[in-house]
Design a protein around this ligand. Structure first.
Ligand SMILES: [Zn+2]
Length: 136
């Protein structure tokens, strides 16, 4: 499912992003399963050490509380993938690096993961296409 970002978009949206996939429905399904007991908390709060490190060091704060533990420390971690990214391929980046790659790369993918450093809840929130090919 591809939709264009519209009005009321969260601050994490950058103006350059034209194509993205939103995983909000999957998130709601997971949280619904947690509430009804079809999944337990260990299944959904399983962030790996590397992701938790990124969440503490180069993440963007997210408005809103953790849907599992209620912590206010919820953050977004961005990973980028692309054949031409070389050193940055598969790495976790901050907003400055994202802007630099947007300006210099033809095309790459950005995966945005919602992470709670307190209870280790994590969920892929969105996938975006970036780079000059997708710039306005
Ligand atoms: Zn939490």
């Amino acid at each position: 499912m591809q939709v264009a970002p519209g009005p009321g978009a969260a601050p994490i949206y950058t103006p350059r992003v034209r194509h993205h996939v939103d995983y909000a429905l999957a998130r709601r399904a997971v949280l619904g399963d947690l509430r009804t007991g079809r999944r337990d908390r260990l299944d959904v709060c399983d962030a790996q050490p590397e992701l938790l490190r990124a969440a503490r060091n180069i993440a963007e704060p997210l408005d809103g509380d953790c849907p599992v533990c209620g912590s206010a420390d919820l953050v977004l971690v961005s990973y980028v993938y692309g054949d031409a990214l070389r050193r940055a391929n598969g790495r976790c980046i901050d907003a400055g690096e994202l802007a630099r790659l947007d300006a210099t790369q033809e095309e790459f993918s950005r995966y945005v993961v919602e992470v709670c450093p307190d209870c280790h809840w994590n969920h892929l929130q969105r996938h975006e296409l970036h780079g000059r090919r997708h710039a306005g």
